[in-house]
Design a protein around this ligand. Structure first.
Ligand code: HSE
Length: 409
């Protein structure tokens, strides 16, 4: 029998216990041995819950109990998650976590300790909730050269953008709805500013390259600047706007960024709407593959945690997941990344449009009948540096650029 201790009986932690209890027989059969919940560490009491008699408040109890084989960290945040997880690994216990902040910030060190102690540090649930993506990347695609990972990795922002696109809602109205439905936090900054997506794409990039990725070096732009007017243009152009976390290997250079991108219906991620997540993986031999599903929520996220628990139990005497090393991945500057650019420009005089087209070269012009005081353009593909230079030149010539969104159309 393997004993599990769960740290944090919140949404995900209680979901993990629920699945472990409900599917205990099936898990024992698949795993070859029983997996039992021995402790649940939380500051609170849960007298009416199935773990009422397993609640402990002192971390020392579980870390010093040699019969605890696997520790589940579902507390979130970095403190006390980081010191607790570190001590559990040092004590020779396997650790499974759903905490992307922890993995993005301390993954390199925690993976190293796990290797030294011949235990496993597993974090399938930290990206894409219930969608299997970490294990496919290092197991199923082990022989691949991954050329691109592009994901809609945040359910809250995807819900907001979907409602703006479907109903013509403003950002604020869509955010309010997301908060009412419990998708968005009262302080939605981590989601809407792209920080959550940034940590997730950092983890996926590190897993796929085997190198450490400093999430602070990833260019990150959220969705707070996207407006209902942008979506009116998108509708006219038959496109949509999604928040992408992307890492790409191009001409021997590694790029990683988070930004809203305008995409056409032919893009594999176009149909990923509402709170769902979707991740496109492009391999040199494989071509494009798509992973789609529930990227958040109690039971979907708990499902991925339980799969990691089973994996840790099956490999209880050895470290099977290399993760990534301390070798750092050098990321190229966003200035070198190439995109098309959708831009909205104030004014609608023919002279202004002509001078903008002259500066930008091959450019499409889009006009909305109801927005008579402005128009939009879609440029050809060019490096960000070149676009910024052209944009600065236009601004110096008195052209007022109201909005810029990268486009993959
Ligand atoms: N806030 C995250 C989201 C939760 O909206 O996707 C899952 O990581």
């Amino acid at each position: 029998m393997k004993n599990v201790a769960v740290m944090g009986y919140g949404t995900v932690g209680s979901g993990v216990v629920e699945i472990l209890l409900k599917n205990r027989g099936q898990i024992a059969e698949k795993n070859g041995e029983d997996i039992a919940v021995k402790y649940v560490l939380d500051l609170r009491e849960f007298p009416d819950s199935p773990v009422a008699d397993k609640i402990i408040h002192d971390f020392e109890v579980l870390v010093n109990d040699e019969t605890v084989d696997i520790v589940v960290e579902t507390m979130g945040g970095l403190n006390p998650s980081y010191p607790f997880v570190k001590r559990c690994l040092e004590a020779g216990k396997h650790v499974v976590t759903s905490n992307k902040a922890l993995v993005a910030a301390y993954g390199t060190e925690l993976l190293q300790i796990a290797r030294e102690r011949q235990v496993n540090f597993l974090f399938e649930a930290s990206v894409g909730g219930g969608i299997p993506i970490i294990r496919p990347l290092y197991q199923s695609l082990a022989g691949e050269k991954i050329e691109e990972i592009t994901g809609i990795l945040n359910g809250t922002t995807n819900y907001i953008l979907t409602k703006m696109g479907e109903n013509g809602e403003s950002f604020d109205a869509a955010l309010k709805k997301a908060q009412e439905l419990g998708y968005a936090e009262r302080n939605p900054e981590a989601d809407v500013e792209g920080y959550d997506t940034c940590r997730k794409i950092a983890i996926l990039t590190a897993v796929s390259t085997g190198c450490e990725v400093n999430y602070e070096e990833i260019y990150t732009e959220g969705i707070t600047g996207i407006t209902d007017v942008d979506f009116r243009y998108a509708k006219k152009m038959g496109t949509s706007i999604k928040l992408f976390g992307s890492s790409r290997m191009q001409q021997g250079k590694a790029f990683a960024w988070v930004a809203p991108v305008m995409i056409p219906p032919s893009h594999p991620l176009y149909a990923v709407s509402d709170v769902f997540n979707g991740i496109l993986v492009k391999g040199e031999a494989l071509g494009v593959s798509m992973f789609y599903g529930s990227g958040a929520g109690k039971l979907p996220t708990a499902s991925a945690v339980v799969a990691d628990i089973v994996d840790a139990a099956k490999n209880s005497h050895k470290n099977v997941y290399g993760g990534w090393s301390s070798r750092k991945l050098e990321l190229s500057s966003m200035e070198e990344a190439e995109h098309r650019y959708f831009a909205r420009i104030a004014g609608c005089e023919k002279d202004s449009i002509d001078s903008v087209k002259k500066e930008l070269g091959q450019t499409e012009v889009i006009k909305l009948e109801e927005e008579s005081g402005e128009y939009a353009i879609l440029t050809d593909k060019m490096p960000e540096k070149e676009w910024n230079q052209k944009k600065d030149k236009l601004a110096a010539d008195g052209v007022e650029i109201l909005q810029v969104i990268r486009a993959e159309v």
